[in-house]
Design a protein around this ligand. Structure first.
Ligand code: ARG
Length: 461
């Protein structure tokens, strides 16, 4: 019998039942559902709506059900539709009619709003740890490569020399912002909706603050209509996840390019690569490619939620049941990608000589020649023109700038002196860039120290 069968004269069609049920998806929230129900029961007892003995029986019943689910001894049914009614049904089976009192002054609408928030809070804690682990890995790797020279690119053309550490720290910054977004989303997530009822709150004298406190939320929702129909927190989470995946995807893309024979900057470890079923020589960067590919599905999850919510009138509508598949998929995908990414990165071998070799080719020191002239008083536009002519000369004669003799260089500008060679040295090009945010090894070391400090603070939060 349905928990809502009173006004019905017919049994639910099997098709309706299957179509309407969400238990296959929302069963994963069983712990949160039970946690919320225990807090609700405790509050009902505190307010004298349940007796202390009734509350005890309900709470221990719920705890036994949790243990039973975890031991694989209890089955959910499609007849009971969703996780909320499944647990309530199991409770009534276990403790009898008293189980039916649990839903006093509560609706599945505020119940599900609470459960999803509780669920997301747990998952956010996991994701935050995974992000911090990735940050730690990046710092470790960067520390090893403050002197590893590589070309920096714009338009995928070699532009100016940088170090691998500096490049890695760019990703550190991206993930740092992601952690900020995660923390920011948590602030609004921790608003406790129970007491909103179906939509119009309740006439029972509930103590909403007491539930909030038990569950560790920071505030209670301020409007019952909004309390049951707000899914902003899920959308904010998926925005975080989408942006974070975009960062992982950019990183993956770079690693994939770097692993090509044409670049040969890195080699993925065998344990984090795969082979080809036909070409015996192949070693493919499937893991990085999959991270890049899975980014699309997380964007899809965000779009699903935004589209789901865009035309919903207040308050609850069943459309909202569709939020969970997208949200869970975003959580699962983000977690899986973060989990595999850090070890994949850390086991990669970096071909330092190839990276330095690439930085030395293609005139990545041309800007420094222009800067040299500008520092000697030539207006930068003219300095740029002069350096450009020197580059053209080198291209035509298959030389690099530093291979030109002083006489040859002086043909381009009388301002050029012997000290120009120091200026053209790739290592010098990098180590002169000591400005805050720059790639000079000493500057990056300072940035690493700051990053270490931040990471420690984040770990303790
Ligand atoms: N399974 C539903 C969901 O996930 C729970 C709330 C249902 N409420 C209702 N009145 N049908 O959204």
């Amino acid at each position: 019998m349905k928990l809502w069968s009173g006004r019905f004269t017919k049994a639910t069609d099997k098709l309706t039942e299957d179509f309407n049920a969400s238990i296959a998806t929302d069963s994963r929230m069983y712990r949160q559902d039970i946690l919320g129900s225990i807090a609700h029961a405790n509050m009902l007892a505190k307010q004298g709506i349940l007796s202390a003995a009734e509350c005890d029986q309900i709470v221990s019943g719920l705890e036994e059900i949790r243990a039973g689910i975890e031991a694989g001894q209890l089955d959910f049914t499609v007849e009971a539709e969703d996780i909320h009614m499944n647990i309530e049904t199991l409770l009534t089976k276990k403790i009898g009619n008293l189980g039916k009192k649990l839903h006093t002054a509560r609706s599945r609408n505020d119940q599900v709003a609470l459960d999803v928030r509780l669920y997301l809070r747990d998952e956010i804690a996991e994701l935050r740890k995974l992000l911090l682990t990735l940050e730690e890995a990046l710092l470790k790797l960067a520390r090893e490569h403050t002197d590893t020279i590589m070309p920096g690119y714009t338009h995928m053309q070699r532009a100016q020399p940088i170090t691998l550490a500096h490049h890695l720290m760019a990703y550190f910054e991206m993930f740092r912002r992601d952690i900020g977004r995660l923390d920011d989303c948590t602030k609004r997530l921790l608003s406790m909706p129970l007491g909103s009822g179906a939509l119009a709150a309740t006439s029972f004298p509930l103590d909403r603050e007491y539930i909030r406190e038990q569950l560790g939320f920071s505030e209670v929702t301020r409007n019952s209509l909004d309390g049951v129909s707000d899914r902003d927190f899920a959308i904010e989470f998926c925005s975080f996840a989408s942006i974070m995946m975009m960062h992982l995807s950019r990183f993956s893309e770079e690693l994939i390019i770097w692993s090509t024979a044409e670049f040969s900057f890195i080699e993925f470890d065998d344990a984090f690569s795969t082979g080809s079923s036909i070409m015996p020589q192949k070693k493919n960067p499937d893991i990085a490619e999959l991270v890049r590919g899975k980014t699309g599905r997380v964007y899809g999850d965000l779009l699903t939620l935004l589209t789901l919510m865009k035309s919903l009138p207040l308050a609850y509508n069943k459309d909202m049941q569709e939020d969970k598949e997208a949200l869970f998929d975003a959580v699962d995908t983000a977690k899986k990608c973060l989990l595999v990414f850090a070890p994949m990165l850390m086991t990669s071998r970096f071909n330092k000589s190839q990276m330095a070799e690439s930085a030395r080719g293609s005139f990545t020191n041309a800007t420094d020649l222009a800067d040299y002239l500008a520092a000697k008083g030539l207006p930068f536009r003219d300095a740029h023109e002069t350096a450009g002519r020197a580059v053209l000369f080198c291209i035509n004669n298959q030389l690099s700038l530093e291979e030109l003799s002083l006489e040859q260089l002086q043909q381009f500008s009388g301002l050029i002196d012997d000290d120009v060679y120091k200026y053209l040295d790739i290592r010098e090009c990098i180590s002169r860039r000591i400005i805050r945010g720059g790639p000079a090894p000493e500057t990056v070391k300072t940035a690493l120290q700051e990053a270490d400090k931040w990471l420690e603070e984040m770990k303790n939060e």
